[in-house]
Design a protein around this ligand. Structure first.
Ligand code: PMP
Length: 304
């Protein structure tokens, strides 16, 4: 990944990909105190566009605020940096990774006056959970790891350190032959996937967990809006794993995962064991929106 052509926006200027380096004593590398985003750009008839750019940047600043980190740029500057990262790498579709981290100016938990550094990388990245799985659906395992408790870490921050929990859960699920993990909260209710929000469909109603210990996903909000626009009711509620077993449909949402059907949880097939009709409809609407084919939501697209 580090050895490739292209440029990375690093502290205000474009740096050749291979030269975008930092010191081994980079503070965030040691303690995980940093914040990041995952953003996508899609090709449209009017050229590449970043989906909900302003919303991702807003969440990045909110994450930093939660951690007490001061980003030394304005949201407008970071929006421009993301557009430039797609443009200057000559990409039409891209995954973008803005990240803010503390530098190597000090070590130890008590280090202060640390500089906040910001990078934006952009590269081509296909379907995160596999192109064929957008139709076929994935196999999911309830994790033995609980999702973060709200007083253990800050669930509303997309913080680097939070992802150790995600990776433990994901690797456990992969080791069991599944594609993704479903994490429950510390009380045993469904929270989210390792990098996705969760939805299920039951008797014509869409359910998704409240956000207590899940990330406030931008794809989640998009799907809730699109569902309501076509008259499918959406409710936020506590969900148990056995409710998922007997759901008609289930799916994950995320910038990387887009709208990925869940065909199986813990060896039980869900609904028809493939992509259900509600999931298919919302997935179609989602791709229409991100690829600029949905006139009502043009304002979600930031063209290069
Ligand atoms: N939950 C977690 C833990 C995530 O990492 C992500 C990906 N950012 C999501 C949910 C989905 O969020 P979004 O739709 O904004 O990508």
């Amino acid at each position: 990944m580090a050895d490739r052509d292209g440029v990375i926006w690093y502290d205000g200027r474009m740096v050749p990909w291979r030269d975008a380096q930092t010191h081994v004593l980079t503070h965030t590398l040691h303690y995980g105190m940093g914040v990041f985003e995952g953003v996508r750009a899609y090709p449209t008839e009017r050229g590449p566009a970043i989906f909900r750019l302003a919303d991702h940047t807003r969440r990045l600043f909110r994450s930093a605020h939660i951690l007490g980190m001061n980003i030394p740029y304005t949201p407008d500057e970071l929006n421009a940096a993301q557009l430039a990262a797609v443009r200057e790498n000559g990409l039409t579709g891209a995954y973008l990774r803005p990240m803010c981290f503390f530098g190597p100016e000090g070590m130890g938990l008590r280090a202060d006056n640390l500089q906040v550094h910001v990078i934006v990388a952009a590269w081509e990245w296909g379907a995160y959970l596999g192109a064929e799985n957008l139709e076929r659906g994935i196999r999911v395992k309830t994790s033995s790891y609980s999702r973060h408790h709200v007083n253990v870490t800050m669930c509303k921050a997309k913080a680097n350190g939070n992802y150790m929990n995600s990776m433990m859960a994901l690797h456990e699920a992969l080791g069991c032959g599944c594609d993704e993990a479903l994490l429950l909260d510390t009380e045993g209710y469904v929270a989210e996937g390792s990098g996705e929000n969760f939805f299920m469909v039951y008797d014509g109603v869409i359910y998704t967990p409240e956000l207590t210990s899940a990330l406030d996903g931008i794809t989640r909000r998009t799907i809730m809006t699109l569902a309501e626009e076509v008259g499918i009711p959406v409710r936020e509620k506590r969900i148990t794993r056995d409710e998922v077993y007997v759901a008609d449909e289930a799916f994950f949402t995320g910038t990387a995962a887009e709208v990925t059907p869940i065909r199986e949880l813990d060896g039980r097939s869900i609904g028809n064991g493939g992509r259900g009709p509600v999931t298919e409809r919302l997935q179609g609407l989602y791709f229409d929106v991100v690829q600029g084919r949905h006139p009502k939501h043009e304002d979600w697209l930031a063209y290069l």
